[in-house]
Design a protein. Structure first.
Length: 281
């Protein structure tokens, strides 16, 4: 059962859904409920307790999506799966913060590339250069999640004290986790990983995937002249949102307007660009 509570925003009254245990919502139900939660997120003031409640519920409700995406890495072994899921949650958080209903795509389709990309980034070119205790390896992943969340929320690099509070760890343990991160080093794609019939193999021989973004090249070419026709402010908004990936609140600060006003501006711009794309087909 989904209960609601009424919240008064600066511009209207909305019903904020409340779910007793979001992590137990079935994936099919999560897909439908997520639409409702994103509608609420769009009208709530970023940074408020109600905004954070809806955002956190979205994160918990969609962790099954992370587990699904992490399944393709099961060959890494069960001992690594917990880390993989935790890193995937970082991708989920990024997807939630950047998703807009105006995109007219399913959130699951939008989020999976973020989740998988974050997991691949975790594996690509990173390995422990020195022995680090398991608890600090786990704290490093927790630290990465806390850093990502606070950067998104505060719009700046968080302090050790702020990380300590969010992670519920003493500051000295946070510092230890930060130092432990230095035990992670890059592995060259040219690094030899063993012999083969054709000679010595390197890591690069085993890394590669079809770049789905190549399919977007034609769309980018079609969009370029339409974006060029926008006035300077609208071009800045598009750049800030989709190139610098600023939040609506951060864009509002730069423009001196509210987050809600930025949301309406972006929706209007996307509708205009979408209409231009359709007319050009």
């Amino acid at each position: 059962m989904v209960a609601t509570k009424t919240v008064q925003t600066t511009e209207q009254t909305v019903d904020v859904p409340e779910i007793a245990d979001p992590s137990k919502v079935a994936p099919r139900d999560a897909r439908e409920l997520s639409k409702l939660f994103f509608e609420q997120l769009a009208v709530l003031e970023e940074g408020t307790s109600d905004y954070q409640h809806v955002r956190n519920t979205l994160i918990e409700m969609n962790t099954s999506l992370v587990r699904f995406a992490a399944g393709r890495f099961r060959s890494r072994g069960p001992e690594e799966m917990e880390d993989i899921v935790q890193v995937g949650v970082i991708g989920l958080i990024k997807a939630i913060d950047r998703f807009e209903l105006s995109r007219e795509v399913e959130f699951t389709s939008f989020a999976v590339p973020y989740i998988v990309g974050e997991i691949k980034r975790f594996f690509r070119g990173t390995s422990w250069a020195v022995h680090v205790p398991r608890r600090l390896q786990e704290a490093r992943v927790q630290l990465a999640r806390a850093n990502e969340e606070l950067r998104s929320r505060l719009g700046r690099t968080p302090t050790t004290g702020e990380l300590s509070e969010l992670m519920s760890l003493p500051e000295d343990e946070v510092v230890e986790a930060q130092l432990a991160s230095n035990g992670y080093t890059s592995a060259s794609l040219d690094a030899a990983i063993g012999g083969s019939e054709d000679g010595e193999s390197v890591l690069a021989d085993f890394i590669g995937d079809e770049d789905a973004a190549l399919e977007l090249v034609e769309d980018f070419h079609a969009l370029a002249p339409m974006i060029a026709e926008l006035d300077e402010r609208d071009r800045r908004i598009i750049h800030w949102r989709f190139v610098e990936e600023l939040t609506q609140a951060e864009i509002g600060e730069r423009l001196g307007v509210s987050q809600m006003h930025v949301s309406r501006l972006i929706s209007r711009l996307l509708a205009r660009l979408r209409e231009g794309m359709l007319c050009g087909d």
